[in-house]
Design a protein around this ligand. Sequence first.
Ligand SMILES: NC(=O)c1ccc[n+]([C@@H]2O[C@H](COP(=O)([O-])OP(=O)(O)OC[C@H]3O[C@@H](n4cnc5c(N)ncnc54)[C@H](O)[C@@H]3O)[C@@H](O)[C@H]2O)c1
Length: 271
Amino acid sequence: MSNNLLKGKKGIIFGALDEKSIAWKTALRCYEEGAQFVLTNAPVALRMGEINKLAQQCGNAPVIGADVTNMEDLKALFEKSMEHFGGKLDFVLHSVGMSLNVRKGKSYTELNYEWNQKTLDISATSLHRVLRTAWDLDALNEWSSVVALTYIAAQRVFPDYSEMADAKSLLESITRTFGYYYGEKKKVRVNTISQSPTVTTAGSGVKGFDGFISYAEKMSPLGNATADDCANYIAVMFSDYTRMVTMQNLFHDGGFSFTGVTTAVIDSMKP
Ligand SMILES: NC(=O)c1ccc[n+]([C@@H]2O[C@H](COP(=O)([O-])OP(=O)(O)OC[C@H]3O[C@@H](n4cnc5c(N)ncnc54)[C@H](O)[C@@H]3O)[C@@H](O)[C@H]2O)c1
């Protein structure tokens, strides 16, 4: 179903790895809503070739590789995207995250700091790099919308989320601070969406993910938000219906963030 919510809008979508990716679902949704976009991911992820299938389903969207930690890659990505569209952009989705310590099995109290730096760069500072590139090239139209994805471990402790909690806190801080500057300069809006646990490659990398996802399901009055639900929300955030929303962390989690306890959880605790 399309409402032509994004008709005429042009953007860049980072992070579609496979069909489960939040960015993948978002690309399909935005295309349905009339948007045109460039798809991008790390060169190593592009080698899997999956993204070409998505590009075909989105009106042969261009696919341009870029490592989010590399300023030259980002500059080339924005320049080529503007060249392709013959003008500036209206939206950017930052759907990127990776924890080297989690991946390599190092617990939070034993972090390898070189890996930690890389995690923070890929998962958080990269948003600054993306915004800075757009800023320097003046690549975004007024009232453009930039969305990055985060998780509630930025506010509360979820032990197995480990260093990604710190990365998400930094990501949310960059959202506020760069959002301030970009709002003042160009009326560009920057927000994070704090999504329920979702079965994707990045999500499933968290230890004990199955228990984690069913606990969240029980603790959310509406249940967990799916990747498709998230794609819908992102489309609304790229639309003109949310023009005055900026510098926010927006919970998209079926009510999990404001629930103290649910009857389902209490019932499961009965001796
Ligand atoms: N899945 C969840 O439970 C969940 C919950 C809340 C927030 N998020 C966030 O949503 C976002 C998308 O993750 P997802 O769950 O769709 O998983 P995903 O694994 O499909 O997406 C992560 C993407 O990051 C990309 N990436 C990693 N390193 C990169 C680099 N150096 N340069 C460019 N791209 C790089 C990967 O190739 C991949 O496409 C992430 O920020 C994640 O933390 C996920």
